[in-house]
Design a protein around this ligand. Structure first.
Ligand SMILES: C[S@@+](CC[C@H](N)C(=O)[O-])C[C@H]1O[C@@H](n2cnc3c(N)ncnc32)[C@H](O)[C@@H]1O
Length: 185
Protein backbone atom coordinates (compact mmCIF):
# COMPACT_ATOMS: atom_id res chain seq x y z
CA UNK A 1 0.00 0.00 0.00
CA UNK A 2 2.74 2.46 0.97
CA UNK A 3 4.74 1.57 -2.18
CA UNK A 4 1.65 2.05 -4.34
CA UNK A 5 1.08 5.46 -2.78
CA UNK A 6 4.70 6.46 -3.36
CA UNK A 7 4.51 5.33 -7.01
CA UNK A 8 1.27 7.29 -7.46
CA UNK A 9 2.80 10.38 -5.84
CA UNK A 10 5.87 10.17 -8.13
CA UNK A 11 3.65 9.75 -11.20
CA UNK A 12 1.58 12.79 -10.25
CA UNK A 13 4.71 14.79 -9.43
CA UNK A 14 6.02 14.07 -12.95
CA UNK A 15 2.76 14.34 -14.87
CA UNK A 16 1.63 17.69 -13.46
CA UNK A 17 4.72 19.67 -14.58
CA UNK A 18 4.67 17.81 -17.90
CA UNK A 19 1.13 19.01 -18.65
CA UNK A 20 1.71 22.49 -17.22
CA UNK A 21 4.69 22.99 -19.55
CA UNK A 22 2.77 21.59 -22.51
CA UNK A 23 0.29 24.40 -21.85
CA UNK A 24 3.09 26.98 -21.48
CA UNK A 25 5.08 25.97 -24.58
CA UNK A 26 2.09 24.98 -26.73
CA UNK A 27 3.62 21.63 -27.69
CA UNK A 28 4.12 18.19 -26.15
CA UNK A 29 7.58 16.61 -25.91
CA UNK A 30 6.71 14.13 -28.65
CA UNK A 31 10.02 12.81 -29.97
CA UNK A 32 11.31 12.69 -33.52
CA UNK A 33 10.86 9.11 -34.77
CA UNK A 34 13.87 6.84 -35.13
CA UNK A 35 13.56 6.87 -38.93
CA UNK A 36 13.27 10.64 -39.08
CA UNK A 37 16.27 10.99 -36.76
CA UNK A 38 18.33 8.68 -38.97
CA UNK A 39 17.25 10.56 -42.10
CA UNK A 40 18.12 13.90 -40.45
CA UNK A 41 21.59 12.70 -39.46
CA UNK A 42 22.13 11.24 -42.94
CA UNK A 43 21.25 14.61 -44.50
CA UNK A 44 24.04 16.41 -42.61
CA UNK A 45 27.50 17.11 -43.99
CA UNK A 46 30.26 14.89 -42.57
CA UNK A 47 31.88 17.91 -40.90
CA UNK A 48 30.21 20.80 -39.11
CA UNK A 49 31.83 23.89 -37.61
CA UNK A 50 30.52 25.57 -34.48
CA UNK A 51 27.94 24.62 -31.87
CA UNK A 52 25.12 22.26 -32.76
CA UNK A 53 21.79 23.34 -31.24
CA UNK A 54 18.62 21.37 -30.72
CA UNK A 55 15.92 23.92 -29.89
CA UNK A 56 13.29 22.24 -27.73
CA UNK A 57 15.25 19.02 -27.22
CA UNK A 58 12.51 17.04 -25.43
CA UNK A 59 13.97 13.73 -24.22
CA UNK A 60 17.21 14.22 -26.18
CA UNK A 61 16.18 11.99 -29.08
CA UNK A 62 18.24 14.00 -31.54
CA UNK A 63 20.79 15.74 -29.27
CA UNK A 64 22.35 12.53 -27.93
CA UNK A 65 22.91 10.91 -31.37
CA UNK A 66 24.21 14.29 -32.63
CA UNK A 67 26.73 14.41 -29.77
CA UNK A 68 27.82 10.88 -30.65
CA UNK A 69 28.05 11.56 -34.40
CA UNK A 70 29.96 14.84 -33.94
CA UNK A 71 32.27 14.32 -30.95
CA UNK A 72 34.41 17.36 -31.86
CA UNK A 73 31.45 19.77 -31.76
CA UNK A 74 29.68 21.11 -28.70
CA UNK A 75 26.03 20.05 -28.81
CA UNK A 76 23.60 22.21 -26.83
CA UNK A 77 20.19 20.68 -26.03
CA UNK A 78 17.78 23.41 -24.94
CA UNK A 79 14.53 22.48 -23.28
CA UNK A 80 12.13 24.43 -21.07
CA UNK A 81 10.01 21.61 -19.69
CA UNK A 82 11.57 20.31 -16.45
CA UNK A 83 10.61 16.62 -16.71
CA UNK A 84 12.23 15.99 -20.13
CA UNK A 85 15.20 18.06 -18.88
CA UNK A 86 15.53 15.84 -15.83
CA UNK A 87 15.38 12.79 -18.10
CA UNK A 88 18.17 14.22 -20.30
CA UNK A 89 20.32 15.04 -17.28
CA UNK A 90 19.96 11.46 -16.01
CA UNK A 91 20.63 10.08 -19.49
CA UNK A 92 23.73 12.26 -19.82
CA UNK A 93 25.04 10.94 -16.50
CA UNK A 94 24.66 7.37 -17.76
CA UNK A 95 25.98 7.87 -21.28
CA UNK A 96 28.74 10.41 -20.51
CA UNK A 97 28.87 12.63 -23.56
CA UNK A 98 31.45 15.29 -22.68
CA UNK A 99 30.47 17.43 -25.69
CA UNK A 100 26.75 17.55 -24.76
CA UNK A 101 25.40 20.49 -22.74
CA UNK A 102 21.81 20.48 -21.48
CA UNK A 103 20.24 23.86 -20.80
CA UNK A 104 16.86 24.42 -19.21
CA UNK A 105 15.76 27.69 -20.77
CA UNK A 106 13.56 29.33 -23.38
CA UNK A 107 15.32 28.76 -26.69
CA UNK A 108 14.09 32.13 -27.95
CA UNK A 109 16.56 33.68 -25.48
CA UNK A 110 19.51 31.62 -26.71
CA UNK A 111 21.90 33.56 -28.98
CA UNK A 112 22.69 31.48 -32.06
CA UNK A 113 25.60 33.40 -33.57
CA UNK A 114 28.03 30.50 -32.99
CA UNK A 115 25.68 27.85 -34.43
CA UNK A 116 27.07 25.25 -36.81
CA UNK A 117 23.69 23.52 -37.02
CA UNK A 118 20.18 24.07 -35.70
CA UNK A 119 17.63 21.26 -35.37
CA UNK A 120 13.98 22.11 -34.67
CA UNK A 121 10.73 20.17 -34.25
CA UNK A 122 8.05 22.77 -33.42
CA UNK A 123 4.57 23.92 -34.39
CA UNK A 124 3.91 26.38 -37.25
CA UNK A 125 3.60 29.65 -35.22
CA UNK A 126 6.84 28.96 -33.36
CA UNK A 127 8.60 28.06 -36.61
CA UNK A 128 7.59 31.45 -38.00
CA UNK A 129 9.06 33.18 -34.92
CA UNK A 130 12.22 31.14 -35.24
CA UNK A 131 12.59 32.07 -38.90
CA UNK A 132 12.98 35.75 -37.92
CA UNK A 133 15.48 34.79 -35.19
CA UNK A 134 17.50 32.69 -37.63
CA UNK A 135 17.59 35.52 -40.18
CA UNK A 136 18.88 37.91 -37.52
CA UNK A 137 21.41 35.64 -35.83
CA UNK A 138 22.64 32.71 -37.93
CA UNK A 139 25.79 32.98 -40.02
CA UNK A 140 25.08 32.64 -43.73
CA UNK A 141 25.21 29.01 -44.81
CA UNK A 142 24.47 27.51 -41.35
CA UNK A 143 22.57 24.23 -41.85
CA UNK A 144 19.06 24.27 -40.35
CA UNK A 145 16.99 21.10 -40.17
CA UNK A 146 13.28 21.11 -39.36
CA UNK A 147 11.09 18.16 -38.59
CA UNK A 148 7.36 18.58 -39.16
CA UNK A 149 6.64 21.99 -40.59
CA UNK A 150 8.80 24.09 -42.91
CA UNK A 151 10.11 27.63 -42.49
CA UNK A 152 7.49 29.67 -44.36
CA UNK A 153 9.84 32.06 -46.15
CA UNK A 154 12.88 29.88 -46.92
CA UNK A 155 13.35 27.48 -49.80
CA UNK A 156 14.61 24.10 -48.56
CA UNK A 157 17.74 22.63 -50.10
CA UNK A 158 16.24 19.24 -49.55
CA UNK A 159 12.92 17.78 -48.41
CA UNK A 160 12.56 14.19 -47.22
CA UNK A 161 9.32 12.34 -46.63
CA UNK A 162 10.09 9.75 -43.99
CA UNK A 163 8.33 6.42 -44.09
CA UNK A 164 7.46 6.34 -40.38
CA UNK A 165 4.13 6.05 -38.54
CA UNK A 166 3.31 9.75 -38.83
CA UNK A 167 4.91 10.26 -42.27
CA UNK A 168 7.33 12.88 -40.92
CA UNK A 169 8.68 15.51 -43.27
CA UNK A 170 12.22 16.80 -42.92
CA UNK A 171 13.33 20.14 -44.36
CA UNK A 172 17.01 20.95 -44.74
CA UNK A 173 18.03 24.60 -45.26
CA UNK A 174 21.08 26.81 -45.37
CA UNK A 175 20.71 30.15 -43.58
CA UNK A 176 20.64 33.15 -45.89
CA UNK A 177 22.62 36.36 -45.38
CA UNK A 178 22.09 38.04 -42.00
CA UNK A 179 19.91 41.11 -41.62
CA UNK A 180 21.24 42.03 -38.16
CA UNK A 181 24.86 40.94 -37.63
CA UNK A 182 24.96 42.72 -34.20
CA UNK A 183 22.57 40.09 -32.73
CA UNK A 184 25.43 37.73 -31.69
CA UNK A 185 25.74 36.88 -28.03
C1 LIG B 1 7.85 18.18 -30.52
S1 LIG B 1 8.99 18.23 -29.17
C2 LIG B 1 10.49 17.89 -30.00
C3 LIG B 1 11.48 17.17 -29.12
C4 LIG B 1 12.81 16.89 -29.80
N1 LIG B 1 13.35 18.08 -30.43
C5 LIG B 1 12.71 15.80 -30.82
O1 LIG B 1 12.74 16.15 -32.02
O2 LIG B 1 12.62 14.63 -30.45
C6 LIG B 1 9.09 20.01 -28.87
C7 LIG B 1 9.80 20.36 -27.57
O3 LIG B 1 10.09 21.77 -27.56
C8 LIG B 1 9.98 22.24 -26.22
N2 LIG B 1 9.78 23.70 -26.28
C9 LIG B 1 8.74 24.38 -26.85
N3 LIG B 1 8.92 25.71 -26.76
C10 LIG B 1 10.11 25.88 -26.12
C11 LIG B 1 10.87 27.05 -25.77
N4 LIG B 1 10.41 28.30 -26.04
N5 LIG B 1 12.06 26.86 -25.16
C12 LIG B 1 12.53 25.61 -24.88
N6 LIG B 1 11.86 24.48 -25.21
C13 LIG B 1 10.67 24.60 -25.82
C14 LIG B 1 8.79 21.48 -25.67
O4 LIG B 1 8.80 21.45 -24.26
C15 LIG B 1 9.01 20.09 -26.30
O5 LIG B 1 9.74 19.26 -25.46
Amino acid sequence: MTVALIVLAVEIALLIPLFVYMAITGISPVPTSRRARRAALAALPGRLDGTLYELGAGWGTVAFPLAQAFPDNRVVAIELSPVPCLFMWLRARLTRRPNLVIRRRDFLEQPLGDAGLVFVYQYPDMVTRLEAKFEAELSPGTPVVLNGCPLPGWAPQRTTEVNDLILSNLFVYRAPGRENPEADG
